[in-house]
Design a protein around this ligand. Structure first.
Ligand code: KG4
Ligand code: ZN
Length: 325
């Protein structure tokens, strides 16, 4: 009986997720229970509500991941869990579940940085991408351009100085009266709109950093200037033009970073990497499969293959923290 499988656990925001991955990167199961509907009425994630829901979901999600992989805890050689960055109360549910399993079954535990997890989505079947490459990591809380020289070794070339790209999508969606999370909603609506209808500004900062707050303000003014029925008529054009500005900023910086780092191959990861316009505009890029762009535990298990594991007794001291390492 094999006992080398990796169990990944992810609870950093509003997805309760567990996955089983083999040491070579085959995903045997990836279960994601999204809480988006629960938070939609508030227009964003409510931390305390998220923690309580994780607590209810974590055991059934873990059981489902094992069942779908036709595995039990005896097959698990290591557990990988997101310890940061994220909502502390939410992270603690996953970390506590991981510690309990580790201690009770004597399984080593690997603390995983959520952002490393997003990059490690690229080391999963069916498309495994070998470094070196330049990588855009764009999620709800972070926008980074990375020079990935080896697995688990990368350098930050640029970052957003204010809102993350995902945050710009979410806030833009709210201004347009769309639902939460906003990225997918804008993505869908933009297909019916004209991306040239409005000219939204792309911040031109020196170097490779981003800024999305001016763009958000420009959308606010455009929406404010429209009467209600006109806004209804122009909503798709606004979404398409706003999306074009975000995608333009991301691709421009990514291509400049690739030229500067000399790592010409490009990869994109994180929730915003699910955006269809971004994917279409980077046709030569390595794209993580859609299911592994937005938050999931397969990427956490994947990262857990390369990091140092703690023994079950060392793991008892493990803590969750809100910020990136
Ligand atoms: O990586 P992720 O699932 O969670 C975090 O680590 O934050 O990213 C979530 C972000 C949200 O801001 C969401 O609106 C955005 O990814 N997103 C998208 C799309 N799908 C999710 N943004 C643009 N287009 C999409 N299709
Ligand atoms: Zn994420």
């Amino acid at each position: 009986m094999r006992s080398d499988l990796i169990l990944g656990i992810e609870t950093s925001c509003d997805e309760t997720a567990a996955a089983i991955v083999t040491p070579s990167g085959e995903v045997l199961s990836s279960v994601v229970a999204s809480q988006a509907d629960l938070h939609a009425r508030y227009g964003g994630v409510v931390p305390e509500v998220a923690s309580r829901r994780h607590l209810e979901l974590v055991s059934p999600v873990l059981r489902e991941a094992l069942a779908q992989a036709d595995a039990d805890l005896g097959h698990i050689g290591r557990i990988a869990v997101t310890t940061h960055p994220g909502l502390v109360g939410a992270l603690l549910i996953g970390v506590s579940a991981a510690k309990a399993l580790s201690w009770s079954r004597g399984i080593p535990l690997v603390p995983v940085d959520h952002l490393h997890g997003h990059v490690a989505a690229l080391w999963l079947d069916p498309v495994q991408i070998e470094p070196p490459f330049t990588c855009l990591l764009a999620s709800g809380g972070h926008t980074l351009v990375l020079a990935v020289r080896e697995r688990e070794r990368y350098e930050v070339l640029g970052r957003s100085l204010d809102d993350a790209a995902g945050e710009a999508f979410d806030k833009g969606a709210r201004l347009l009266g769309l639902g939460y999370p906003g990225g997918r909603e804008i993505d869908e609506l933009a297909r019916q709109g004209d991306p040239d209808a409005y000219r939204f500004p792309i911040a031109r900062l020196p170097g490779l950093d981003f800024s999305f707050s001016g763009l958000k303000t420009a959308l606010l003014y455009a929406v404010r200037d429209l009467a209600a029925e006109e806004l209804e008529r122009r909503r798709a054009d606004l979404a398409a033009s706003y999306q074009r500005a975000i995608v333009g900023a991301l691709t421009q910086r990514l291509e400049a970073a690739a030229a500067r780092s000399g790592l010409e191959r490009i990869a994109i990861v994180g929730g915003v990497a699910a955006n269809s316009a971004l994917r279409a505009s980077l046709s030569g890029a390595a794209l993580a499969p859609l299911a592994y762009c937005t938050d999931n535990a397969a990427m956490i298990a994947s990262a857990g293959r390369y990091a140092q594991a703690l023994s079950p007794s060392e793991a008892l001291d493990l803590d969750a923290h809100a910020t990136a390492a």
